[in-house]
Design a protein around this ligand. Sequence first.
Ligand SMILES: Nc1nc2c(ncn2[C@@H]2O[C@H](COP(=O)(O)OP(=O)(O)OP(=O)(O)O)[C@@H](O)[C@H]2O)c(=O)[nH]1
Length: 246
Amino acid sequence: MRQTIQNLGRLNTVILITAISAFTSVLITFLAFYLRQNSGITSIALFLATLIPLTVTPLVSWHLIGLLMNIDKLEKEMRLLASLDPLTDVLNRRAFFQDAAQHIHRAEQERRVVSVIALDLDRFKVVNDRYGHSAGDLVLRHFAATIKANCRTTDLIGRLGGEEFALLLPNTSAAAAYALAQRLYLTLRQSVIRHEHSKIGYTVSVGVISLVPREADTIETLLNKADRSLYLAKETGRNCTVVFDG
Ligand SMILES: Nc1nc2c(ncn2[C@@H]2O[C@H](COP(=O)(O)OP(=O)(O)OP(=O)(O)O)[C@@H](O)[C@H]2O)c(=O)[nH]1
């Protein structure tokens, strides 16, 4: 029964039950009219017996439909909340991997280029140690907002954990991904984060991989390659971007 309701959709189930109730009520009334010679039922009683269910059923159903629409809305909000990182409001790790896998599959089928970018704040531990954890949180929020401001709405932004972020950019070449990283550097250079009496600045290291995905490419393998480039960026002195070249 539960499965049938799920397949049909809750709204359609209510509409179907309403229609069946109304139809049954009319049918019973017609039957009663047909048999009433011997039963002594008056026309007014029959009329009321038809009218009451025909009026009450749609009203109850209308109320139920309102409730169901509210439940649907709440469910959508809950799903959205469950996919977001509470501190930065970008996708959490699980949601990022899930959505990115779909994008990569689509890019593989349509033979389109995608870029995957790994980003990691530089010496973030020092920010926490020097200014405190709440200042660190402020920096993380500022960084997520900076990425958002520089990305398209179709790009995926995820916080994979701590000070590690990742992006998936559909239809984006290595040159365009590199240009995005440069825009981030420019914004960060011009940003000052005020926390209590301090002004905090920070930098980020970036690893990029761009390709038209093949069957063997998954978000895990691509992120792994982007991470290798990121590692090189850290080795090279941080605050720079390395593009993976196989
Ligand atoms: N404020 C804050 N700090 C966090 C959060 N998650 C992780 N961290 C801190 O992030 C820091 C990460 O430090 P490391 O992994 O040593 O990296 P790093 O200092 O950025 O050094 P490099 O990556 O080598 O440049 C640690 O101090 C963590 O406590 C968070 O949600 N809020």
